[in-house]
Design a protein around this ligand. Structure first.
Ligand code: DC
Length: 674
């Protein structure tokens, strides 16, 4: 997962390959609650692991449910409809799918069994309406107190005293703000259906009906068949009780699929994008996004649990669509609209205004930053095709879908953007709400425009601190890291192990050409052996300096080094990164510090590790390596002509990082930012 402050997406040009989707958020949280309320143990397969499911799991644990994980299976032992804990404070983040159903379920349990629970979330959760649900629960006789603003969380449900509820009178609930209120009641009321059938009547036009279908399907799996009259009246039969289905499988998230369906429609020109985990028979309403994408031009094939998408019509076709049935996935259409031949108008989307953020306002603002013409209304948005693309820094409003759908703007080269532009996604971590590995998954199936993957090089003499600087830069930018010195060190080790003399250039080059090396975080594997510690030894550095003088060795390692230039970008450190290996790098830094300073730093490092050292001999050693690295004929150590020099003799690591990042910003940050 990218935890950086921002993620720069370079211009992208093509897509192909296969992705597996994480489990559906809506199904995951409903299944968790049902399993938590039911009698017995439910084995849940392929549950989504994300912020929203994590808060639901934490809440269930606080309420006394037993959770056991083994591999991709979670075993939930439920309460069987009886409170184990009568008081708790539940923090539910920004998860509407946890807040609404837990409020209803705990309200009826607390009222009938004597309990008191407080439910709160992040600041945005406290701006998301829940008044209609509170009204419905009060009709039943449940004590509910709004602890902040009327109609919004935080809430307290129950007073501690047990009493009877009025389940004989139909409960009326509004359906035109969020369908989650009705879902919450449908999930909660079977808990109090002992004496009467319980009826719910929906007032106003019910929005997002497909989500109610998911609720009804899952209730059925847990033994409850709701009788219904259209989407107006629902009756829970008397004596309903939750029964675990034993095992249940969570299908892939259809809303998450929308980004990859769009990707196929935009950029899969040769081979399709294959999506695993959700198919045309999915129970989630957002699967109908496929039809909307087809109307815009996508070619889609699908079966049980899979979809394959490729580009059909190009440019895409602008559409006008009532999106009430696909509120979440419809955001993706708003970005596809940039690639169309006429404006796209998405209507009946008032619910966007009360989601993780006001999504109509947010989409309009961010699409305009890219240069698009957007018209917004209370319940619609209209987006015109984009001709003059601008590089933009996309604010994401702590809304996962803003980050995921706007990432598709990086395909602007396909729309003929001149010049093509990069897209900065601010706070990319917000995708953790439903799809923590979204960007990694995206990068696994897309190709950047030629020469577009950014590279930052840090060259310098030994012990100049370039390794530390490069690692910190890579971390701050979310880029890959190439420690090229490690390749020379590993070559030297492998040569020693193979009994090859380090002075035998051609023989060592042969070893370098077939180096079996793998980087895994901090760990380096050489021919299956963990050599991380051996690589870092001073003595290994000296040996590396010897093998690195051979032109054949340098040549043999060249392609391997180039292969590190992968999306979203690379920070490479060494001696010749800016001069020989990545001469086109976007920014080249040459790090220097006096030999005395470097010897002193190395001395402190060794002492801190408990290794005895002598500062004078370290200095001599350093100077000898500097001489050899500078005076060799193959790729001698020297600053590239266009390198920026950074003397860090008197700079802390943080100050050096800050300096380089500010240079990087000057070169790479979007010119137009919000
Ligand atoms: O950066 P380092 O100390 O891990 O590098 C070890 C040796 O490898 C160094 O003395 C010279 C050589 N080297 C090189 O020639 N070119 C590079 N790009 C990186 C390292």
């Amino acid at each position: 997962m990218f935890k950086t402050a921002f993620l720069d997406l370079p211009p992208l040009a093509a897509a192909a390959g296969s992705v597996r989707l994480p489990g559906s958020k809506s199904i995951s949280n409903r299944v968790l609650l049902l399993a938590g309320l039911a009698e017995g143990t439910t084995e849940v397969y392929d549950l989504l692991d994300s912020d929203d499911t994590r808060v639901m799991l934490a809440a269930l644990e606080q309420l006394g449910c037993t959770l056991e994980r083994s591999g991709s299976v979670l075993r939930v032992t439920g309460l069987g409809g009886r409170l184990k804990v009568t008081q708790a404070e539940l923090f539910l983040g920004n998860a509407g799918t946890a807040m609404r159903p837990l409020t209803a379920a705990l309200a009826v349990l607390a009222a009938t069994q004597g309990g008191r629970f407080r439910l709160s979330g992040v600041a945005r959760m406290h701006e998301r309406p829940i008044g209609d649900l509170v009204d419905a629960l009060r009709q039943l006789g449940c004590p509910v107190t709004e602890l902040g603003q009327p109609g919004f969380p935080p809430l307290q449900v129950g007073s501690g005293a047990a009493g009877a509820l009025d389940t004989a009178t139909p409960i009326r609930v509004r359906g035109d703000v969020s369908s989650q209120f009705l879902t919450a009641l449908l999930l909660a009321l079977p808990l109090v259906s002992q004496h009467h059938p319980v009826a719910i009547e929906v007032m106003g036009e019910l929005i997002s009906k497909p989500y109610i279908d998911i609720t009804l399907r899952l209730l059925e799996r847990f033994g409850i068949t709701v009788q219904r009259d259209g989407y107006q009246r629902f009756v829970i039969p008397q004596g309903s009780a939750y029964r675990t289905p034993g095992r249940i499988h969570v299908e892939g998230d259809a809303s998450s699929a929308s980004y990859f369906v769009a990707l196929g429609a935009l950029a899969a020109t040769e081979h399709p994008i294959r999506i695993e985990g959700v198919g045309l028979n999915a129970i989630q309403g957002d699967i109908r996004f496929v039809e909307a994408a087809q109307a815009m031009g996508a070619q889609v094939q699908g079966g049980d649990g899979w979809l394959e998408v490729r580009r059909g019509r190009w440019p895409l076709k602008g559409i006008t669509l009532d999106c009430n049935h696909i509120p979440d996935a419809a955001m993706t259409l708003g970005v596809m609209a940039l690639y169309a031949d006429s404006p796209t108008r998405l209507t009946n989307i008032a619910s966007w205004r009360v989601k993780e953020t006001d999504r109509i306002a947010a989409m309009a603002c961010e699409l305009r930053k890219l240069g698009a013409q957007v018209i917004e209304g209370p319940d619609f948005i209209e987006v015109a095709p984009l001709q003059h693309w601008q590089s933009a820094s996309i604010h994401t409003y702590d809304d996962h879908r803003m980050a995921m759908c706007l990432s598709l703007a990086a395909f602007n080269p396909l729309a003929g953007a001149q010049p093509s532009v990069s897209v900065r996604i601010e706070d990319p971590r917000c995708v953790a709400k439903t799809f923590p590995d979204y960007f990694e998954t995206l990068f696994s199936v897309v190709t950047a425009a030629p020469g577009a993957i950014p590279v930052l090089t840090v060259d310098g003499p030994t012990a100049s601190g370039k390794g530390t600087l490069a690692a910190e830069l890579a971390q701050a930018l979310g880029y890959h890291l190439l420690d090229s010195g490690a390749l020379y060190r590993a070559t030297a080790l492998a040569a020693l192990q193979g009994g090859v003399a380090l002075s035998d250039g051609p023989a060592v080059a042969g070893i370098a050409a077939t180096l079996d090396i793998r980087f895994e975080g901090e760990t380096v594997w050489l021919a299956g052996q963990d050599v991380s510690a051996a690589l870092r030894l001073e003595s290994t550095g000296g040996l590396a300096s010897q093998v690195s003088v051979h032109p054949g060795v340098r040549h043999a390692l060249h392609a391997l080094q180039l292969s590190f230039q992968r999306l979203p970008g690379l920070v490479a450190d060494g001696r010749d990164m800016g001069t020989v290996v990545f001469p086109q790098a976007d920014l080249k830094v040459f790090l220097t510090a006096s030999a005395e300073k470097r010897a002193e730093r190395r001395y402190k490092q060794l002492i801190a590790k408990g290794i005895s050292a002598n500062i004078d001999s370290l200095l001599l050693d350093l100077q000898a390596r500097d001489e050899r690295d500078k005076n060799r004929s193959a790729a001698p150590l020297k600053p590239a002509e266009d390198a920026l020099l950074l003397d860090n003799s008197d700079l802390s690591i943080d100050a050096s990082v800050e300096q380089v990042l500010s240079w990087w910003q000057q070169r790479k940050a979007p010119k137009v930012s919000g």
